[in-house]
Design a protein around this ligand. Structure first.
Ligand code: DX5
Ligand code: ZN
Length: 219
């Protein structure tokens, strides 16, 4: 599995197909889709029909990040749309464990997401249930924001807890990721990097992906 999951949020949607083709020819196997409801976050993006449309044309696995207030209502739709991984915010509080189990019962990977200002101990009861934890490195709702520096310390602490619990749960980060912070995040324990704006600002995806990968391996 390629540890870089491109987010399409900041793409020019008119050219989405050609951008996905470009990812496809550069060893990307997962696409991160940001689903926003205009309530949990101050923006609306797209819904399950976009997931199905991508799934019908491409072999990518789909990682759906639900930024929505009532994930329990929408998770079945995203399961049916062809998502392979689904994450939802732990701040929604209602039915967190039920949602995780529902996703896993359908043989999908289940993740929980935490905002930058939410205390990390809210995650601890679920560490043995989830497949991944998405640690937001910006406040959700917009692409192109500046990386929040305290993220690395949060990653380190959550990784310590995962090890202590003997869990195989992966850590994903999302927001403001680029070549200047990726090495430090990898060292802190991140397994998967969601990257949007930094990829779209590049006029050569192959070169940019290579420079990201080399930063990760400390070259
Ligand atoms: C923010 C989203 C991110 C975002 C990626 O709410 O969850 O996935 O598109 O962040 P950038 O564009 O900063 O890489
Ligand atoms: Zn996201």
């Amino acid at each position: 599995m390629n540890s870089i999951f491109p987010s399409i949020l900041s793409t020019n949607y008119f050219n989405l197909e050609s951008k996905l083709n470009e990812f496809n020819s550069n060893s990307i196997d997962f696409i991160h889709l940001d689903i926003m409801d205009g309530h949990f976050v101050d923006n609306i993006s797209f819904g399950q029909r976009v997931v199905s449309a991508i799934k019908s044309k491409f072999k990518f696995k789909i990682d759906s990040h639900l930024m929505i207030s009532n994930p329990e209502k929408m998770i079945p739709k995203f399961i049916n749309s062809g998502s392979d991984w689904i994450s939802f915010h732990v701040e929604t509080k209602n039915k967190v464990r039920e949602n995780i189990l529902n996703i896993k019962d359908h043989n999908l990977k289940a993740g929980i997401v935490i905002n930058p200002d939410t205390p990390i101990d809210i995650l601890f009861p679920y560490i043995n249930d989830v497949d991944y934890i998405l640690i937001m490195s910006v406040f959700p709702g917009y692409g192109g924001q500046e990386f929040i520096d305290s993220t690395a310390d949060r990653v380190f602490k959550i990784k310590e807890r995962i090890k202590y619990e003997g869990s195989s749960c992966l850590i994903q980060v999302d927001g403001g990721i680029n070549t200047s912070n990726i090495g430090m995040l990898k060292d802190a324990g991140v397994d998967i990097f969601v990257i949007g704006t930094f990829l779209y600002n590049s006029d050569n995806i192959k070169k940019t992906l290579n420079s990201i990968l080399s930063r990760m391996s400390g070259v």
